[in-house]
Design a protein around this ligand. Sequence first.
Ligand code: HEC
Length: 465
Amino acid sequence: MAGRVREWLDERLGWKALAVRLLDGRVELKGAWLRTSGVTCLVLVLVECVSGAALAQFYTPSTAAAYKDIQAMQQDHLGRLIRGVHHWGSAALIVLALFAIARMFFGGEYKRKFDVVWIAALLFSQIVLLFQLTGHLLPWDTNAVATANVEGGFVGNLWGIGPFLKRLILGGSVAGASTLTRWYSLHVTVLPLLLVFLVGLPLFAYRLHQGASGSVGPHRSDGPPRERFYPNHMAREMLIALGVFVLVLVLAVSRGAPLELEATAANLENDYQALAEWYVLPMHALTLIPPFNRVEVEPIATVVLPGGLFLILLALPFIDRNPSRRFAKRPFAAAAGVVVIGGTILLYGYAYIRERPLATKQNERIATAKCERAPVVDANLAVKGKELYDKLTPACNTCHAIIGKGGTTGPDLTHAGTLHPDRDWQIEHLIRPESRVPGSTMPAYGSIAKPDEIRALAEYMLSLR
Ligand code: HEC
């Protein structure tokens, strides 16, 4: 039965001949293990499509619903896993694309007929980066919205067309409802189409036309040792793809995908500052170094340098007339490559040193706000606070109940420490409740109790979890 279906399909679509052509050819044995990112990228793109389609079933691209949808997914084991896979799979794609480009550059693989593969790889790297940038906004958390505003700011600072471009990209002057719908549609329709038409189809046609051996030139019996693409090299590719997929799974389970607080006005004020994501960090670091930190010079760091580098790489097969593919015989290309990679590493180091304090502070804030990391309570102080709770006038228990005992004028305090796991909040609130809860009718204990008594009471509140 299956055989007859296969025959029926083959008669109409010619699949057998197609498969033979796709899998035909031999590859050079030397460095074969390094030339294995193709199938892995293909597998990861499929993983992103499937996990992305699953996520889209439970997601509404509106500022009111987006964060709540993602939060609901995080509550569900399967939802969290799929989100994690989508997140780490996309990170792996960026790393793989950059690795493939570096390998092709240093191996001189962009020469001869391989130039189309080189161009496809470069376009691929930019498309996966755009997938990242647009996808990052979708959870609508504080980091998403703040980074979108930073990106909008970079675009807006471009000479001349900046303000217009910024409006076009954000759909307004700051990231808002129109930004979310615009970026969502880019993420789920425009970018997938670009991927198919700019990368997928050309590579498919190339492969049909050249076969697997097109990558290393015509077969010569006196040339370097070669091996059949199928099944020998294919086995290598499958093994690497499997390894990367397992790594993505492990990261998805152990680390999950990040989610900060919802991007409400209240969460975004309070000196919230977006941390740059790792894939834009070198560029971000450059904008912090004089003279690039000046608005008029900034576009050199954000557009001219990265854009220029991209254009040079794109034109490389046509500029580089040196026929040798050997690293040692291409001193100029080798030096340029080392300078770019070295510069990027230095910028990473600089960004790491500069942003670390901010990152630590931001993570603490988020963990506290999400009650993941409740402050450690001083038990002795809390006991003193417990005594004061009943002794002060007016006594707290006239208005508040703890585990069913006490007044009902104020809210129940059985879980006061979980509700506000923040020492400063508790102290400030006790001193002047209105400073934390506008319109609060609770008496201000700042004028009733001494500072150390306030501290003891706050400690008692923190202990109520
Ligand atoms: C006259 C009544 C009254 C007294 C007395 C009073 N409170 Fe309150 N309390 C309130 C009201 C009303 C609120 C709700 C408004 C607010 O959050 O400020 C409140 C809120 C709170 C909250 C915040 C609850 C939440 O939402 O997490 C805490 C904590 C608290 N009180 C602690 C105390 C402590 C400790 C004392 C004693 C030192 C005390 N209160 C005395 C009326 C009172």
